[in-house]
Design a protein around this ligand. Sequence first.
Ligand SMILES: [Mn+2]
Length: 347
Amino acid sequence: MSGTVVLTQRAVRLIGVASGLGVPPDDAAASVGAADALRHTDLCGAVRRNGVGCAWDATVALPATIVERSAALAWLCRQTAEQVVSATTEGALPLVLGGDHGMAVGTWRGVAQAQGAPLGMLWIDAHLDAHTSDSSLSGNAHGMPLAALLGAMPTPWPVASACLDATRVCMLGMRSCEDAELRLLQRFGVKVIGDDEIQLRGLPQALADALAYVGRGGGAFGVSIDLDVIDPHDAPGVNTPCSGGLQGAALVAELRGLGRHPQLAGLEIAEYNPEHDRDGRTAALVAALVESLLAPDAAACQTLEARHGAHDYAPLPVVLARLTALRHRSPSNSPSLMTALIGSLQR
Ligand SMILES: [Mn+2]
């Protein structure tokens, strides 16, 4: 029998989307390169450290032959949706990564199709992403995915019908929006927990409320994280920085274990821009988010350790980290290793 203990959890499939279609022209090249840049930060390693299987499944990239913008958007969304459906059908949890948040239309269309039902949605973002092609002044599709997913886009829009259950959609962290977006979300009855409310009530309570809302009735939900929800000091590598916002470390801590939620049907991390990053800190934050999302929560660790007769109240990862550190210190002397371990647990 192997000495490795694996907590039961779906494997994770990472799907990159190389798109700059939905962002301002100056950010397009960096946005196209975002998925590839993230691929080199060992996100699979971050997932596997939690005992969860992981593979980088595919990077969806536009062929040079498709040049017309709306045809290109439609192609990207369709391909992304297909990748997501295939991962879900095989029992894995899809995690879609990229620059342009416009990819969300493909991600969540795929997840909703695989689930066979409209989804609840926790959308963690500094913006509302709820412009339509009529209301948007910039015309940038990364400001529209939520409107498209609610089925609010005027025709012709490449990906139209509703994928979300509007009564279970919650926006978390908004600190910049325009009236047309607010009106649209109000019309659909979408819940908005803005940044000011988070500052007032604290992130743990705001997040708990948001999760209860999107998971009401036990149906599947998705979580889409736009990195611009984080303070640009912690996450400068985004397309549309917005001052203020959540501390990176706080978000990492609060999302711990969410990737193991039984109703969670998919994850997405968007708007990474490697050219705007400083010292790789945004990329490192993405890796930390991914690791935390798939980490077993404290209750799961304690259940596991109780099953194995442990009763020191330190969660298993802490015990294993201590053991590794001690083994490093005295590689050849296992009796003293055990003595030292016991000593460290008693401290
Ligand atoms: Mn966004």
